[in-house]
Design a protein around this ligand. Structure first.
Ligand code: BG6
Length: 525
């Protein structure tokens, strides 16, 4: 579908968004307050949700509707991107916001929620349209899915196509390939794949979506987007925070499972995929899966050479004393869990064969930010390299966050009578170009799921394929290859991380937009 007709279709869809009931399982958790209710509030504020959309928080703790509304208002006041809260809009949200108390294992709780949903169908004309949002700990996914099925809440009415049932599943989706396949199978007993929306909130970020536009709506990049012109690709997601209050979960996951398996693999797939045959969900996801399938599982020896795992120590960060990972709440004092992971992967296809993709992500890094850096091969060194110092290679930086934008590192002559060459950035900044409006990832994803557009969600084969690669690394890591290394807070991971690059005469970009400006070279001719 061409982009303009895609936009037109989307506008028509928005105009016709019908009322539905959204049931959030695990509604007393952090995600609901921080992300989901602020997203629902902002969608309502912008007129993108139907007036009659109903939200039901389903969780264990006893609570009245009023208490739940007050807590959610508190969350929206603190975390909404638009502030202060517009009382009129909130009144509208609150009028359709309810609480349902039950454990996730109790069939009676699902039967009673089914009754409530049927009442809402009459009262608010939701007519059987249901969105189930699984925002619980992953161990609860199975009982919820089973109970939804047993209560008849997953079935689609064959005589009423408008009464759709969809389920959004939060990450982590499994902890290895086997558990992901098992979960896929359990879900498939109740829901058809077309009803399943596996979330990766990175796909809801504006700049991530712009990657498709950037690559396929501009003719000049595709001809050089391959092994003939690209030297290597770096994908960095750095976070300055530690694990905060999430030690219980994080200690069972680590950076590889928490970030690389999903967010960084998605960024890699979008960077490397072939042009899709259309902009529909199947075409785009087919191309992403093809990229992941072309990445071979690593042998134990390759894991030793091509991966680094690190854990942050206690130390000074931002002028304050911060705890080491092992001292964090709910973390084992001898934990082997990595808070930093770096891997070098190859995509064995015609476009990318031999081009390394370096992925790294860590907590307590010096800077917060996510970037994809495409490093191009050097210009022939026949004119400007005579002084013995090299001009820099061109680097295209896709800044996912913050300061969303794109910049191209080029060599330029500095002003003056002497020919000096310095690297300079040609910069495109989203805020400057289009204003600072930037909806939160969860707004876009919730809206897409309501509209039945699964393009920005992960398909079953995609998640399983990504796990296959991660499993090969985890298997060697659990056997101690390579050993866990340690790093001081505020550094780019253990010094061993550099060896991944230095061995090959490359270096990591320290989120390149600020670092490369200092380089300057002289050249005589
Ligand atoms: C989540 C991870 O998926 O992504 C967190 O579980 C991480 O550990 C977060 O902090 C990062 O997301 P963002 O949008 O802040 O880059």
């Amino acid at each position: 579908m061409p982009l303009d007709s895609f936009a037109a279709t989307r506008t028509n869809e928005l105009a016709s968004a019908e009322p539905c009931a959204i049931v959030i399982f695990g509604a007393t958790g952090d995600l609901t307050q921080r992300k989901l209710l602020p997203a629902i509030y902002n969608l309502k504020r912008e007129g993108l949700l139907h007036e009659n959309t109903v939200v039901i928080g389903f969780a264990r703790r006893p609570k009245t509707d009023e208490q739940f509304r007050a807590e959610m208002l508190d969350g929206v006041s603190r975390f909404s991107r638009s502030k202060p809260v517009d009382a009129t809009v909130w009144e509208k949200v609150a009028a359709k916001l309810f609480y349902h108390q039950s454990t996730f294992e109790d069939p009676a709780g699902f039967e009673s929620v089914a009754k409530r949903l049927a009442e809402f169908d009459q009262k608010f004309q939701t007519e059987g349209r249901r969105m189930y949002y699984l925002s619980t700990s992953p161990s609860e996914f199975s009982p919820i899915i089973k109970n939804l099925g047993d209560a008849g809440l997953g079935n689609i009415d064959p005589f009423n196509a408008k009464a759709w049932r969809r389920v959004i599943v939060e990450k982590p989706f499994g902890r290895d390939r086997k558990t992901a396949c098992d979960l896929n199978q359990e879900i498939s007993r109740v829901f058809d794949e077309s009803q399943v929306y596996r979330i990766d909130h990175y796909l809801g970020k504006q700049t991530v979506q712009n990657m498709l536009v950037f690559r396929f709506a501009n003719g000049i990049f595709e001809p050089i987007w391959n092994r003939n012109h690209v030297d290597h690709v770096q994908i960095t997601v750095g976070e300055t925070l530690g694990v905060e209050a999430r030690g219980g979960y994080y200690d069972t996951a680590g950076a590889l499972r928490d970030m690389i398996q999903n967010h960084l693999m998605q960024l890699l797939a979008l960077t490397a995929m072939e042009p899709p045959v259309g902009l529909d969900a199947t075409s785009i996801r087919d191309e992403k899966v093809k990229v992941l399938r072309c990445i071979q599982a690593l042998t134990p020896a390759e894991v030793g050479q091509r991966t680094i795992r690190g854990q942050y120590l206690a130390g000074k960060f931002g002028g304050k004393d911060v705890k080491g990972y092992r001292q964090e709440e709910k973390v084992a004092p001898d934990s082997q869990t990595e808070t930093f992971a770096a891997v070098k992967l190859f995509i064995h296809n015609w476009r990318w064969n031999g081009v390394p993709f370096y992925l790294r992500s860590g907590k307590r890094m010096p800077k917060q930010g996510s970037e994809i850096c495409i490093h191009f091969k050097p210009a022939p060194g026949v004119l400007f390299n005579s002084s013995g110092r090299e001009v820099v290679n061109n680097v295209l930086v896709l800044r996912v966050q913050p300061h969303e934008g794109i910049s191209l590192l080029i060599n330029a002559k500095t002003p003056g009578n002497v020919t000096r060459i310095a690297p300079a950035h040609m910069d495109f900044d989203y805020d400057l170009a289009f204003g600072s409006y930037s909806p939160e990832a969860y707004e876009r994803l919730l809206l897409d799921a309501i509209l039945g557009d699964s393009t920005l969600f992960i398909r079953n084969d995609e998640v399983e394929t990504a796990w296959r690669i991660i499993d090969s690394i985890e298997t060697a890591w659990t056997k101690g290859t390579p050993p866990l290394a340690f790093y001081a807070p505020g550094t780019w991971g253990p010094t061993e991380g550099g060896t991944l690059m230095e061995r090959e005469n490359r270096h990591w970009d320290a989120l390149i937009d600020t670092s490369a400006r200092e380089l300057a070279i002289d050249a005589d001719y």
